[in-house]
Design a protein around this ligand. Structure first.
Ligand code: FE
Length: 182
């Protein structure tokens, strides 16, 4: 059966772009269940980083050394002390968190910019049992002790490896993570 013809577009504001997209453009990406916390969401998309800490990847940008994910923490406590080589944009969806180095508290609805070069210690304060925040991270997180001595690092590639290993282990398959790569 033939598809019915689309009605003629008369409103010029509703005419789609008529030319080809750039030849080397990467595919667009839509993740409808970005939060992945609805009753019918697949909990396996959450990649555990530590006990009570998980991330839901949205994009691994391997050409800009950047990743975007939703972080969920379900217990109060210290998450990580780290130094950033690149900037971070964050938006808090639920709960609250703070950096020991600052006097402000990020709360539901807060936007935060973390400048390249900063070292800080992420803490979910007592009384908060669920923190959910979108992070877009450029560059690396170097994990450090209080004197700045490096104890390890993460970047888009280590996070990608962790996600791939998790998705393989939970049965989503090694290639599941590929859809998030640009
Ligand atoms: Fe940070």
């Amino acid at each position: 059966m033939n598809k019915p013809l689309a009605p003629a577009v008369t409103d010029p504001n509703r005419i789609p772009y008529q030319k080809p997209q750039p030849r080397d453009m990467r595919p667009d990406m839509v993740i409808h269940d970005a939060m992945a916390l609805a009753p019918n969401s697949d909990p396996r998309v959450w990649v555990p980083l530590a006990e009570h800490v998980a991330v839901r990847p949205l994009q691994f940008n391997v050409t800009q050394g950047q990743y975007t994910n939703v972080m969920r923490v379900t217990k109060a406590g210290m998450i990580a002390r780290h130094r950033h080589s690149g900037g971070v944009h964050a938006w808090v969806f639920k709960g609250r968190w703070l950096y020991l180095e600052h006097d402000w508290v990020a709360e539901e609805g807060s936007y935060i910019f973390e400048p390249p070069g900063e070292t800080h210690t992420l803490v979910v304060p007592e009384g908060c049992t669920e923190m959910i925040t979108l992070f877009q991270v450029t560059g690396s997180l170097m994990y450090v002790d209080p004197q700045g001595v490096s104890t390890g690092y993460d970047d888009v590639f280590t996070r990608l490896d962790k996600a791939r290993a998790h998705y393989t282990a939970v049965g989503l398959g090694e290639s599941y993570v590929d859809r998030f790569i640009r």
